[in-house]
Structures are given as C-alpha cells and as structure tokens.
Design a protein around this ligand. Structure first.
Ligand SMILES: [Zn+2]
Length: 540
C-alpha cells in the first residue's frame, strides 16, 4: 500500500499505553470451571500486548493474573454423575481433580492446563489464587468494608443495574460449615464481628443446600464476597490500573458498571481502565467455557505455533468479533494472513488492504518479545497449505523442496519456522482438517474422473504440459502463476482449469491450491500425466 494512503491511526495497544502515566498494573482473571476454550485466550493475549506496549512506552508495568478458585462449581456437565450431588455449589478449590490428574483440586487441574498455554505464548503473569488470598486474611479488610457498606452496595445494584436484593442481604457467601458449599448460602445480620447464614435448598437452581444455619466471623477464608464486590476488591488488592473485560460483562448496567461503582464508592478507589473486547466465535457461535464445546485452548495451542495464536487475536482491534472455525479453512487462512502481514512489514507488500499499523501487529504477535521484528518478517516462511500438501505426497525431502523454492538453503531460524509449521500442518491433518484438504494422488493410473474433462479442458492440460516443459517452474508460486497464465491465454475460467488438474491427479473435482500440488510432484510425472489426461478426456 502506498505510504500516502496508510492510515495514521495508532495501534490500539499503543493508544492505551500512550494514555497511561506512571507505573501500571495490568490485571486479568479466570474462574477455572473446566476446560478453557480457545476464545478465552483473547483476554490473556490482549492484556499481554498492553503490557508490552506500556513497557515500550517507557513505563514500569506488572501483569497480574487471578485464579478465582473459591467460586462455586456450577456446571453439572463437568462432573461425573455420582459427583454432582456432592460437589455442585462447592468452591472449585475444594472439588477433587479428575481421575488421574496430578493436581490437588479441580481448580488447580484446569487452571494449570490453561496457564501452561500462556507460558507457551510467551506470557508470564504474576499469578494469584483467590483461595489463598481469602485464607491468608488479605481480603479481610475488603470483607469488613463491604459488610459495613452493605446498604451502599444494595443501592448500587438497584440503581446501576436494577437488581433488587432483599432487605438485609449481605454481599458475601459463607462456606457452609456442614456441607462445604458456598453457592447455596445466604448471609444476614452483620454485627461488626459475625454474620448469620443459612444453607438453603432453594437459593439457586443448580445446587441444593443442606439446610444448616450457623453464625461465623466471615474472615480468613470462611466466606467470599459476591462476585462483583470481589472483583472490585481484587483491583484494590493488586493495585490494578488497566483491566479489559468481555463485552458480555461491559454492557450498560452490567457487571463491569457495578464493579466500577463499587470500587469508587465502597472501596474509595478509581477502577482500572476498561478495554471491552468482543468474542471469538467458533463456527459463528459464541462458545462458553462451561458447555465445554468447541476447541479447547490447550488443544488449539498444541496445533498452532505460539506466534500464530497471538496473531489470531492481535490482528484485529478488541472491539471486532473474530470468527474461528477450526474445522474449516480458518487455520490455513490464518497462516496466509500472517505471511501477508509479515511480507508487508518486510517491504514486500502483496495483494489486499492492510490493517492499520501492520508493523505493530506483527511485532506484538511474536511470542519472543526480544526478537527483532524486521529480521523475523524478512525470513522465508513456507505457506502452511503447501506443507499440508507436501506431507501427503510421497517424494523428495520437504526441506530440499523448500530450499529449491527459496533459491538458497534455509538458515537455522528458517528451518525452525519450517519445522514448527510442518508439525502444525501434520497435527492439523490428523485432527481438524476438512476432507477437502486430505488428498491422495493417483500415481499409477489416470483417474477415471479425467474422462469428465470438456474439450476446452483437454486443450488446457495439453497446453499446460507444453508450458511446463518450456518454463521448468520451481516451487508452488511459480506453478500457480503458470496455471493461471496458461488459463488466461486460452480464455479458460480458473475454476475450470483447476477442476481439470484435480481430476487428472486426484480423481475428484476439488483440492488444495493446484500450484502447490503440482510443485510437490516430479515435473516429469506432472507433464506425462497432463498429456495422458489431454488424450483421455471427453470419453465419458
Ligand atoms: Zn450446607
């Protein structure tokens, strides 16, 4: 894109970092209520990009990440049938880990899976576990303040959100001393030292309390503040100055508005700067953690290289919804889009409009924050879909083919990129790739489908054989150009040209990018086969 039309708008993370004065604390958190879906990484990657941008703008910054492991287990789908009665409503930190897990609790098990995914993305926040902060007494001053100002909190719920709690309601949940549930208790009657509570069978519809009534001092881990109040208290605990949240929480009168008001009026503290962000939709649907559908974060992170996962979230502004269909062609397209941005950064702009600030998207996507973006962008990167074809075609060594395509041997770093992508393509083919990406070349005999070629297609494959003999194309791009140019010269539509090639080599009407398919085969075989198809076509 010419420099004169390049948008001057700053990258969103730089806009935020540019507004921040002095030391910053970026905060985020998660309830470890089960396998975490890949969309949950959006907030994590977004907060890490802000952290990096703040550092680059010259301010000190800490990234804190809270695990809300005193929250109640509220999804039956995540428990074995015999565990439902026992554990629904119990704090996640007190629910046992799934069978075979080395972790001491359900919360630790699922939080660790998610946290390991961050580390692979180059994201290393300073963690805190809410079960520990409550048990240590760190939350006690906030509990005491929230109970003293319970009427103020009731009024905030009523005026900010039109949520009416009954008179006498207190903003804490006690852990039942009889059954251990936290999701089923209602507290009343704070006298400055203790509260009364009842573990009710009918408080929520997803868990059944035991009916116990008691009176306790709600400190030292015996109770937890209700969620909005707990959120505001956490900001005070860690000193949060920047925290974005999903758009479902950021609606007018929603959870974030309540927590902001509680922070200001109950805890006398300005809430952190909010960056509302959109969802990642899997196949057009918003996915929820608790239903456990779609792609688990750790599974997608096992397939995609870390830089590509970061890029998935950072190439768009936070307010844009991202569609991600792991079983379609989203993953090959994601690599192609990364390569397009990288090429533009390296001064090789290709087709299509660029987003504002491609340099910043590229730099912040690199999982190694210390890497030089210009050096990384200039590297040779084999297209993902090309590798997916090469992996399915017996033939010469893939690294030799890539060296031929590049024109010189791959350096060490380029070999690393290629190996990472080969592993990704292999994993993709084994798990998520659609049928159209799977192929089997008919080496021994011309497929019967070659008989379906129209006369124009017969002339086309003959002309392509001649052109290939003359031009000796090397690499997928050179083959792709030859395929297009030959079709254009004969005024044949590209779709008909590709259809002829797929029928001649794969025995079907569709396939991967034809240039890469032909580049992965020996030129002699390609030319012979094209001529066979030219002679055979039109016979059925
Ligand atoms: Zn109980």
């Amino acid at each position: 894109m010419p420099a004169t039309t390049r948008p001057t708008q700053a990258y969103w993370a730089d806009e935020i970092a540019g507004q921040a004065a002095g030391r910053q604390v970026v905060n985020d958190s998660k309830t470890p209520s089960g396998t975490v879906h890949v969309g949950s990484l959006r907030g994590v990657v977004l907060h890490d990009a802000i952290r990096r941008a703040v550092v680059e703008h010259g301010n000190e910054v800490e990234f804190r990440y809270g695990i809300e492991d005193l929250d109640p287990m509220d999804s039956q789908a995540l428990l074995t049938p015999d565990a439902i009665e026992q554990y629904m409503g119990v704090p996640l930190a007190h629910v046992p880990a799934p069978d075979g897990s080395p972790h001491p609790s359900y919360a630790r098990h699922f939080a660790t899976l998610f946290l390991e995914t961050f580390a692979a993305l180059g994201i290393h926040p300073h963690l805190y576990w809410m079960s520990e902060n409550y048990a240590s007494g760190a939350m006690d001053p906030y509990i005491e303040r929230a109970l003293h100002r319970a009427d103020m909190i009731l009024e905030i719920y009523r005026t900010v959100s039109t949520v009416n709690h009954p008179e006498g309601w207190l903003p804490i949940s006690v852990i039942c001393e009889n059954c251990g549930r936290i999701g089923t208790t209602a507290a009343r009657d704070w006298d400055g030292k203790e509260v009364s509570y009842e573990c009710r069978a009918d408080l929520v519809d997803w868990a059944t309390g035991c009916g116990f009534r008691g009176r306790v001092a709600p400190f030292g881990g015996r109770a937890k503040m209700v969620w909005n109040v707990d959120w505001a208290a956490r900001w005070g605990l860690v000193g949060a100055t920047i925290e974005g949240c999903g758009k479902d929480l950021a609606t007018a009168g929603g959870s974030r508005d309540r927590a902001d008001a509680i922070s200001r009026r109950v805890f006398d503290r300005e809430p952190p700067l909010n960056i509302p962000y959109e969802f990642l939709n899997i196949g057009g649907r918003k996915m929820s953690t608790s239903r456990g559908e779609g792609a688990a974060a750790h599974e997608i992170a096992d397939i995609l290289p870390p830089t590509i996962v970061r890029f998935l979230f950072l190439r768009h502004r936070p307010n844009k919804a991202i569609d991600f269909d792991p079983s379609g062609d989203t993953i090959p397209r994601l690599f192609d889009e990364f390569d397009r941005i990288a090429d533009a950064v390296a001064g090789r702009p290709g087709r299509g409009e660029l987003p504002p600030d491609p340099e910043r998207i590229f730099a912040l996507s690199l999982s190694d924050a210390s890497a030089d973006p210009m050096v990384e962008a200039a590297r040779f990167r084999p297209p993902f879909a090309h590798l997916a074809v090469l992996l399915q075609v017996p033939g010469p060594d893939i690294m030799d083919l890539l060296a031929a395509e590049k024109g010189t041997p791959l350096d060490d770093a380029e070999q690393d990129v290629a190996l990472e992508r080969i592993a990704a393509a292999r994993a993709w083919l084994e798990t998520l790739a659609p049928e159209s990406a799977r192929l089997s070349v008919h080496f021994d005999t011309l497929p019967a489908a070659a008989g379906e070629l129209a006369e124009a297609q017969q002339r086309y494959v003959a002309a392509l054989a001649d052109a290939a003999e003359q031009a000796s194309p090397v690499g997928g791009e050179a083959w792709q150009t030859l395929i297009f140019d030959t079709a254009r010269a004969m005024e044949l539509k590209p779709g008909e040209a590709f259809g002829a090639i797929y029928r001649a080599f794969l025995g079907r009407a569709n396939g991967p990018r034809a240039g890469w398919l032909l580049a992965s085969l020996s030129a002699a075989f390609v030319i012979t086969r094209l001529r066979e198809a030219a002679a055979f076509g039109g016979q059925q």
